[in-house]
Design a protein around this ligand. Structure first.
Ligand SMILES: CSC[C@H]1O[C@@H](n2cnc3c(O)ncnc32)[C@H](O)[C@@H]1O
Ligand SMILES: [Zn+2]
Length: 436
């Protein structure tokens, strides 16, 4: 077997290393196979000729990490805007999703993976149905993902069992696949869509497979009130009682929390995926992110699905996170730019229980992006971290590497057929409409 080594030396680059004393350095980054093996201001000594890449005018960042979403919902982008969560789900999303075929999920996911890669996201978490199709897209695209079959348990015991078996089989079959780029989790959709005894079964599966749990939690005020009516407890205490937090857990949203609930999440090491764009669009509220971070909770960023956002631009989520908490608290330091960037990268990796991704340093996986800094809205070059959070967008991403392989070059995807995906996704939406 012919073994070829993949080695790159990036020179003349500006790199976000995010250390407290010197967050940005100018110099060199060496990539060997799937890893960063050197990053620093001095040119590394090399005993062989390797491919050099000129990073002049580019700002290199860790690949962005989107910790909550439902990517196949790109097919429903713009279908059912300006509604609150429950109405949006019950009257718009669920009736349409009931008609989704595996093929729809494939093309919807491909459209989103394309959007994410071109926009600088290198890892995403996805909770949905027909997850084999999402996994297939991830495998082909070269992207990294944490995948989980989300289960809504508002159905007969037989169907509940079938869905749980399917979620278990998916989690088992795909964990570690695609050269380790895919990992899996276990996901009851939410406390309001899964009865307590059903959630306990997911906890048991997570224990059996040694996997983390991901679920929606405390997204709206109405959901919290309904939980108290139905079970006599707010969602945090309810999930704790059912054993969910006995597993490594990532909850999405966590908008409506008391001080005591923040302490419970911190004490149990529960991570939170903050989805500012989706929470604003669905009028769910503003999560208590500064308090969560202060209590020691890992808070990362997610877009949620493309139908409640309505894009998958993680630069936008970082900017929103940095801005809305200043407005909500009156404190300009509520979420500084550097913290927002960490939420979109390093804390994202921690939330997904992934080791070796989320920062640019020797030994880490080579998941990184380059943005073109020589554009009017990114000049002058005062503060690159500030520009990445407050001025940049997904459209500024020039190159993307995942696992040491370049997947986006000058904005073009090297792994997926963009033209075909655009055509098939539009056709899939039209097919859905025709069947509805
Ligand atoms: C069972 S697969 C995932 C399921 O979640 C739905 N969904 C999308 N966005 C949200 C959200 O913000 N809160 C709760 N549920 C959401 C999606 O439509 C799928 O049915
Ligand atoms: Zn969601």
């Amino acid at each position: 077997m012919l073994i070829t080594t993949n080695k790159w030396l990036i020179k003349n680059g500006t790199f976000a290393v995010l250390t407290e004393d010197k967050p940005v350095i100018r110099g060199y980054m060496l990539i060997e196979n799937d890893r960063i093996t050197y990053i620093g201001e001095e040119r590394p000594k090399l005993d062989e000729q390797i491919t050099e890449f000129d990073g002049k005018g580019l700002f290199f960042l860790p690949g962005l990490i989107n910790t909550h979403g439902h990517v196949a919902m790109s097919l429903l982008r713009g279908y059912g805007d300006d509604l609150a969560l429950q109405v949006w789900l019950q009257e718009k999303m669920w009736p349409m999703e009931a008609k989704f075929t595996g093929e729809d999920v494939y093309w919807g996911s491909a459209l989103s993976v394309l959007e994410m890669l071109k926009g600088g996201t290198t890892t995403f978490l996805d909770m949905y149905d027909h997850m084999n199709q999402v996994a297939k897209v991830v495998e082909q695209s070269g992207m990294r993902a944490v995948l989980t079959r989300g289960v809504i348990g508002l159905c007969s015991p037989d169907v509940q069992k079938q869905k749980l078996d399917e979620a278990t089989a998916f989690a088992k079959d795909w964990n570690g696949k695609a050269d380790g780029r895919i990992t899996t989790m276990i996901s009851p959709h939410a406390p309001y869509t899964c009865p307590p005894d059903y959630i306990e079964k997911f906890v048991q599966v997570a224990h059996d497979l040694n996997l983390p749990i991901h679920t929606h939690m405390s997204e709206t005020k109405a959901e919290v009130e309904q939980n108290v009516k139905d079970y006599g407890l707010r969602p945090v205490a309810h999930l704790q009682k059912l054993g969910v937090f006995s597993r490594p857990t990532l909850v999405a949203h966590a908008v409506h929390l008391t001080d005591e609930e923040i302490e419970i999440l911190a004490a149990n090491g529960v991570a939170v995926s903050h989805n500012p764009g989706s929470n604003l669009k669905l009028a769910s509220g503003i999560a208590r992110v500064p308090e969560l971070l202060k209590a020691g909770v890992t808070v990362s960023l997610g877009t949620d699905g493309p139908a409640s956002n309505n894009n998958l631009d993680m630069f936008e989520e970082m900017r929103l996170a940095a801005l809305i908490h200043k407005g909500a608290t009156g404190d300009p330091l509520a979420i500084p730019a550097m913290e927002a960037l960490r939420m979109g990268t390093e804390y994202g990796a921690k939330s997904l229980f992934l080791e070796g991704v989320g920062s640019l340093s020797a030994g880490m996986k080579a998941d990184f992006i380059a943005i073109n800094m020589d554009q009017p809205h990114l000049l002058p070059h005062t503060d690159f971290i500030s520009h990445a959070v407050y001025s940049a967008s997904s459209k500024d991403v020039e190159h993307v590497w995942v696992d040491g392989k370049q997947v986006i070059k000058h904005g073009e995807c090297l792994t997926l057929d963009e033209e075909r995906i655009r055509r098939e996704a539009q056709a899939a939406f039209e097919g859905l409409l025709a069947r509805s």
